[in-house]
Unconditional design. Structure first.
Length: 208
């Protein structure tokens, strides 16, 4: 009996559970390798699955959209919009419109209208916005209002950011600020540039 035939006979005897005759030690190693590579025979009902390592770092939840992220800041943004009105009649008109929108269309439509009203108020600041008036707003909103007031970011582009996630919004604001200072910036930012965006908004000193 040749060597491969003897090895196959040895493997069949072991898997069948029958008695075996002493075999060379090298055959046992060959059998162990074959059994390690062969999935266990658990029947057709349960499919064999390879082992997977445990995930010690859970996946991060997706970042919120801008319209959802700015909900806690609606009161501060409304006060800022009221303060930017040029007259008492303008403030009364803004307040009346806010009450009507919130009563007839709900809180979601009110958030969109308030964001649009704030952008419009930023556009009508010919001498620039006083920095003290932006106190209480998150750094992202302060940067956005500054860019709109400086005409570096169009109102339509700022409105389109409402449906974007905050990671993209931060990247877009940094790109716009850099483009206004140093010329055009490519839209496909590197990983290091995206990381710098989050660092810039943790400290207000990074936003001009």
């Amino acid at each position: 009996m040749t060597g491969p035939q003897a090895q196959q006979r040895f493997v069949k005897q072991v898997t069948a559970g029958g008695a075996t005759t002493p075999q060379p030690a090298c055959w046992a190693g060959t059998y162990a390798v074959q059994m390690h590579r062969t999935p266990p025979n658990t029947g057709a009902a349960s499919a064999w699955q390879p082992r997977r390592l445990a995930a010690f770092h859970p996946a991060r939840p997706p970042e919120p959209l801008l319209r959802d992220w700015m909900r806690p800041s609606r009161d501060a943004l409304f006060r800022w919009t009221m303060a930017m009105a040029s007259s008492a009649d303008g403030r009364r008109a803004v307040a009346a419109m806010a009450v009507s929108i919130q009563r007839l269309r709900g809180t979601d439509e009110f958030g969109v209208w308030l964001y649009a009203a704030a952008l419009q108020a930023a556009l009508h600041q010919p001498g620039g916005m006083p920095e003290a008036s932006l106190t209480g707003l998150p750094p992202e909103l302060r940067a956005l209002l500054r860019l709109v007031a400086q005409r570096s970011l169009r109102r339509e582009e700022a409105m389109a950011l409402l449906a974007q996630r905050m990671g993209f919004v931060r990247s877009r604001l940094v790109q716009t600020r850099l483009a206004s200072q140093h010329g055009a910036v490519p839209l496909d930012m590197s990983a290091a540039q995206r990381a710098a965006c989050s660092i810039s908004f943790t400290d207000d000193s990074g936003i001009e």
